[in-house]
Design a binder for this molecule. Structure first.
Ligand SMILES: [Zn+2]
Length: 78
């Protein structure tokens, strides 16, 4: 999945066998971009922060992304 698909701001691709791993990679990448002060990623992170204010918002976001991940062909999950 790409950074954008995961609520980020660029087309960087993440590959993992589980959604948890991919979420972790995306988080790390997000932190790196945050430290670089990348404006597009800062905006994306602010939107995520809004989501996190409500426990259900974050949960349903996570679930919908997990479904997207599960729907991907196996070849993309490596
Ligand atoms: Zn990115």
């Amino acid at each position: 999945m790409t950074c954008k698909q995961l609520g980020g701001a660029c087309d960087k691709e993440f590959h993992a066998n589980s959604f948890e791993e991919i979420a972790e990679q995306s988080k790390k990448h997000g932190m790196e971009m945050f430290q670089k002060g990348d404006q597009a990623h800062l905006n994306a992170m602010n939107e995520m922060k809004e989501l996190m204010k409500t426990p259900d918002g974050m949960k349903s976001w996570f679930e919908s992304k997990r479904k997207e991940f599960d729907a991907l062909p196996e070849i993309n999950n490596n």
